[in-house]
Ligand binder design. Sequence first.
Ligand SMILES: [Zn+2]
Length: 457
Amino acid sequence: MKPRHCRFALFAALVTSTILPCSDVLAAPNQAIRHLQTSDWYNTGQGPKVYGLRKFPYPYQAMLALSSDADSETLRKFNLVHRFINTTEQTPLGPGLGLDYADSIFMFNGNNHKSFIDLDRVPMANELTYFRGVTAQLYAADALDHYIRCGWVDTLHTYGDFSRVDERTTVFRRSLAATAAKSLADRGDHIEVWTDHGNKSNVDNFGSYRQAGFYRYQQGEVPGSPYYHTDITIPHGIRFVWPDTSSNQFVRDSVIFPLQLADGRRVWGFWRYTNEHYTSQGAVRWNWTPYGLPEQLTEQHLRALEARHGYAVVAQHLCGTPYPGVLPKDAVAALRLLAAHHHQGKVLVARTSRLLRYNVAQKYVTYDVTHRFGTTYVHIRKISDPVFGTHQPSLDEVRGLTFYTSNPERTVIDLGDSPLPSALVQHNASDGTHPSVGIRWFPSDTADHAVSMPNVP
Ligand SMILES: [Zn+2]
């Protein structure tokens, strides 16, 4: 041991003498005659040391998205749920939670179940959709456009609700995909997330066809099929797909995985937590309705998420039941528990599209570090996205990226070689590991964006 210690001491002495450059002596002559202390290392010489990426934006330990499917949704239920989760106003469910939560929508309604989906016997025919039935006539398009733009909607729950009583039949056809994609594009609506829906009548589902067996009903990705549409849908902008797969794993290091479709196209798949238990026969016991929220959002799950610095995408159908109050009391309590973890700076609750984009950036960002006159520069060069290709990121793609540094005040984050506007930069005290500097997360939006439409219940 002894020789090692000696060598280390010698090495430290060499570093001390070489690392104190002339420029620093000139810039701060008084420092040259002081004894160097550890803190001085952080403020002289080559500039602060960058220790790498912090997994999540400071001060958060983890990230979670609520991913809710549009089944049985009405405008009344949609507005009630979003006022409660997104705003901070008084609502029928109590004071709003102020969380970033975005919903999914259907474009068409081909569901022929004779059920009621809301108070006053609202029939399935009035389910909240963009178009009326399977026609090109607009239904709730104006409201849904507005919600896409304001951020209360970020997911397509497939092109529509095509669930039939007889699941050997379907009313989906490729031309509906073309109509939907064109209408969204014409109105400037951009949606990146797709979640599969429903029974085997929903032949526009895709993502799992290549798993064969049960999943052969997923014709959306099969060239030559009358239901093929991923040649329209992927170029149109869908980047992330939940391919109708269950999971009882609440915490994941990463929720994204590359998915190759039957037509050769590539897209990101992502995991959602859908169940805690299985029946004795091994069948999934889905807990993705409001009645399951107390099993999903437990103190134990949230603590595990924080301790393991993980991601969670929690599958739900927040408007999926005919329960008049929409969310039962213990579902409200579970959401309040989640909000407490968020507002205490532990779990960053983010809309699904933001969580997924962040997951890509956090995993695949490439940066380098340079030093100049005592300042350190972190240059974010590219996102080496293995699915959609290496590219220079936009600002929104790198929001939240946070770098550990010995001195945030003298660490500059550049997008390429251009510094970010200072308003977008956040300096953070040590979290017990190191101080850090980060690109600010999206500003919180707790405004009430709810709108109503005549003849849309
Ligand atoms: Zn669904």
